[in-house]
Write a protein that binds this ligand. Structure first.
Ligand SMILES: *[C@@H]1O[C@H](CO)[C@@H](O)[C@H](O)[C@H]1NC(C)=O
Ligand SMILES: *[C@@H]1O[C@H](CO)[C@@H](O)[C@H](O)[C@H]1NC(C)=O
Ligand SMILES: *[C@@H]1O[C@H](CO)[C@@H](O)[C@H](O)[C@H]1NC(C)=O
Ligand SMILES: *[C@@H]1O[C@H](CO)[C@@H](O)[C@H](O)[C@H]1NC(C)=O
Length: 366
């Protein structure tokens, strides 16, 4: 996917606000996914918010996508003619507890002065656009400053001092131009120096690791000082993620920066499990899968992510959206995008990423 490179625009307005909330990171030693505490203090029980089902809710979607000026042509399904609306009307219902609805004003107030950076591929862009739409809908008159530089883009809700940043990095580790060509360096992650100044980091990588031919954007892989033509991609993914994990342990200050890793975002090109005769991909899907598990289970790369996160000593939150997204075969752009190509990888905005951001809101404010 292509990212925008340049544009500097200023939109006006005002807003006031008040309080501040620190991003305290309590757990340590192992990653945790969100276990929301519910009930009175005497009877606190924890709830895995990533386990549940999709339920119809006529009060959804959370915003009108036509009124959000921040949606890219790849994700604006409604604008590109998607005829059905049902996919906008599902709410995530965890099995063991109810979760708060996304509250954009509360988000901006609690994260006042904070820099939230998304780092990863075009799915990360997908999530970041949804967050900007959700916040814009909550404070439509608030002044937004957008800055784009070669490394990242920066959308700031000025009155709150909240910056939502997007750092494009398909592999997290470095790709550098050398005499032989573009070299993907599994042991090197120089951009960490920029990332560690942020207050919240939401990482992810996977989509690009399996790519072959000209679509992979590198010519060679450097692994442990050796330059190779290619290698087992799962192995390469594991090594890069390990480089990232070590960086978290050595370079992140958990008193300042909260680290989240977004789990694998599933695709729906393989219909095994939910397809009917004649169905080849997500193209004609209009409803989620019933129940709380995906017929064919988690993708194998999912376990790799969990294994590596479990080696990190500092607190890292696994933002575990894989299963809940697997259930949403209906939530992809399919052919309703500017390309008219079949896209069962990304997600419509408005749509599923709004729920990811509802869960991000919970992870950052509970
Ligand atoms: C969404 O916004 C557009 C443009 O502002 C407006 O024309 C449309 O009526 C709105 N739709 C709903 C359901 O509110
Ligand atoms: C993002 O933009 C805001 C507003 O211009 C600025 O104050 C802030 O320093 C920028 N943040 C980064 C990390 O570039
Ligand atoms: C990626 O590659 C691995 C290893 O070859 C394979 O098992 C897996 O099915 C591939 N995944 C996708 C999404 O192509
Ligand atoms: C899903 O479950 C609901 C309620 O039990 C049922 O009405 C509906 O037919 C089911 N849908 C599918 C596709 O199985």
């Amino acid at each position: 996917m292509v990212f925008v490179t340049q544009r500097l625009c200023f939109i006006l307005v005002t807003f006031i606000l008040n309080f501040f909330s620190c991003l305290c990171v309590a757990n340590s030693g192992q990653y945790h996914s969100s276990h929301l505490k519910v009930g009175k203090q005497s009877q606190v029980k924890s709830c895995n918010v990533y386990e549940g089902t999709w339920v119809f809710d006529d009060s959804y979607p959370l915003y009108n996508s036509s009124a959000c000026p921040h949606i890219r042509k790849e994700f604006d399904c409604h604008y590109y003619g998607r005829p059905d609306n049902l996919y906008l009307k599902y709410r995530w219902q965890p099995k063991e507890c109810d979760i708060p609805r996304f509250d954009g004003q509360d988000f901006l107030q609690k994260l006042k002065g904070k820099k939230i950076m998304f780092i990863g591929d075009s799915i990360t862009l997908n999530q970041r656009e949804s967050l900007v739409c959700l916040l814009h809908a909550a404070v439509p008159d608030a002044k937004i400053i957008e800055e784009i530089n070669p490394l990242y883009s920066n959308t700031t809700f000025e009155d709150y001092g909240v910056s939502i940043l997007l750092f494009k990095s398909n592999y997290l580790v470095d790709i550098e131009k050398e005499k032989v060509g573009q070299v993907l360096k599994l042991d090197s992650m120089k951009n960490g120096n920029i990332w560690k100044d942020m207050d919240v980091l939401v990482f992810n990588t996977w989509l690009w690791w399996n790519r072959t031919g000209p679509r992979k954007h590198w010519d060679y892989i450097e692994d442990g000082g050796k330059v190779l033509e290619d290698m087992d991609r799962m192995d390469a993914f594991r090594k890069a993620l390990t480089t990232w994990a070590k960086w978290v342990d050595t370079d992140v200050d958990p008193g300042k920066t909260k680290v989240l890793y977004r789990a694998i975002s599933p695709t729906h090109y393989d219909v095994t499990g939910w397809g009917r005769p004649g169905v080849e991909n997500c193209g004609k899907e209009t409803t989620p899968i019933n129940g709380s598990t995906y017929p064919t289970g988690l993708p194998p790369e999912s376990n790799m992510v969990k294994d590596i996160l479990s080696t990190i000593k500092k607190p890292v939150h696994l933002f575990d959206i894989t299963t809940l997204s697997q259930l949403r075969k209906d939530a992809h752009p399919a052919a309703y995008n500017i390309f008219k190509g079949m896209d069962c990888t990304h997600w419509c905005v408005a749509g599923l990423p709004d729920t990811w951001n509802q869960l991000l809101y919970i992870a950052l404010t509970d």
